[in-house]
Design a protein around this ligand. Structure first.
Ligand code: AMP
Ligand code: ZN
Length: 274
């Protein structure tokens, strides 16, 4: 990795793929050990559904959508480098920017029988101002462990996994800091940013100036928007998110090779402080 790649599109070598799978199976098992259902969500989500979750209000700068071609505008034999908007049909599907949106949409309209945990590995997509190697990609893998239920349950979820992540990163010998984060999109002086600073809704684990995992609370926002209830009340939700390519990047830097990093993850597994 001597030259910096700024395309945002990266293939993983076989050895890097092994590390990603090894790491992901550790994180998935943290979820399933805590009773999470391990599920697979659709790769695209309806624009209309993401709009209902305020995605295009809060993160318009990250959004990417998918359009079919307008076959009436097709030029046979052309080899285009891009399609102009007028060659496309309306975009009614969006690429998800986080893995947990699909989990709330899946549970839409349901009454949960009790506190519920779900874990998913999503491919997530974000338009960024710039891309860099595995550190900032247009498409990347996000493992999430999502809690849905009472206010206390979703807070305990973050306390439990926050401690576990800290122990795991320490055992992997990666210097880190944990910090409260605000969403960059919100105007820093605005009401919403002020509210976030007073009562942080997001904490990040930062290694080498890179957020490799985040803890997020959403109060009962998704419970209300998706009409998910527990004992007649909208559920509270929280999620723990891991950007796997970023873990690969910091682990490769620390251990010097993919196999050495994979060995370190295998030997550690985060089986501390369950
Ligand atoms: P967030 O929902 O912003 O907390 O994102 C969850 C995790 O995804 C972050 O902690 C990062 O590890 C990872 N992540 C976010 N954006 C990118 C990106 N453009 N490229 C690679 N990983 C990312
Ligand atoms: Zn999430």
């Amino acid at each position: 990795m001597s030259t910096v790649d700024r395309s945002g599109l990266q293939a993983l070598s076989a050895e890097a793929t092994t590390l990603l799978r090894t790491l992901d199976s550790v994180l998935e098992s943290w979820g399933t050990d805590a009773g999470a259902a391990s599920m697979i969500m659709p790769p695209l989500l309806p624009v209309e559904s993401l709009a209902r979750l305020d995605f295009y209000e809060n993160f318009p700068h990250q959004a990417l959508v998918v359009s079919p071609l307008d076959l009436a505008k097709r030029e046979p034999g052309a080899r285009p480098a891009h399609f102009d908007p007028d060659a496309l049909l309306p975009a009614s599907l969006g690429l998800p920017s986080a893995a947990c949106f699909a989990v709330y949409l899946y549970h839409e309209g349901r009454a949960l029988p009790g506190n519920t945990t779900v874990t998913v590995l999503g491919r997530c997509f974000r338009r960024e101002e710039g891309y860099q190697d595995l550190r900032r990609l247009i498409g990347f893998h996000m493992r999430e462990i999502v809690a849905m239920g009472t206010r206390e349950f979703v807070q305990q979820h973050l306390d439990r996994f926050g401690a576990r992540i800290a122990d795991f990163i320490t055992a992997l010998d990666l210097p880190f800091r944990k910090e409260a984060a605000t969403d960059p999109f919100y105007d820093r002086g605005g009401q919403r940013a002020l509210l976030q600073r007073l009562s942080p809704v997001k904490h990040e684990f930062v290694v080498d100036d890179l957020a490799i995992a985040s803890l997020n609370v959403h109060r009962n926002f998704f419970g209300e928007r998706c009409d998910i209830s527990l004992a007649g009340e909208p559920i509270f939700t929280s999620c723990v998110a891991f950007g796997l390519e970023r873990w690969l990047s910091v682990l490769h830097k620390r251990y010097g090779s993919w196999p050495a990093a994979t060995e370190a993850v295998r030997n550690t597994r985060g089986e501390v402080a369950a």
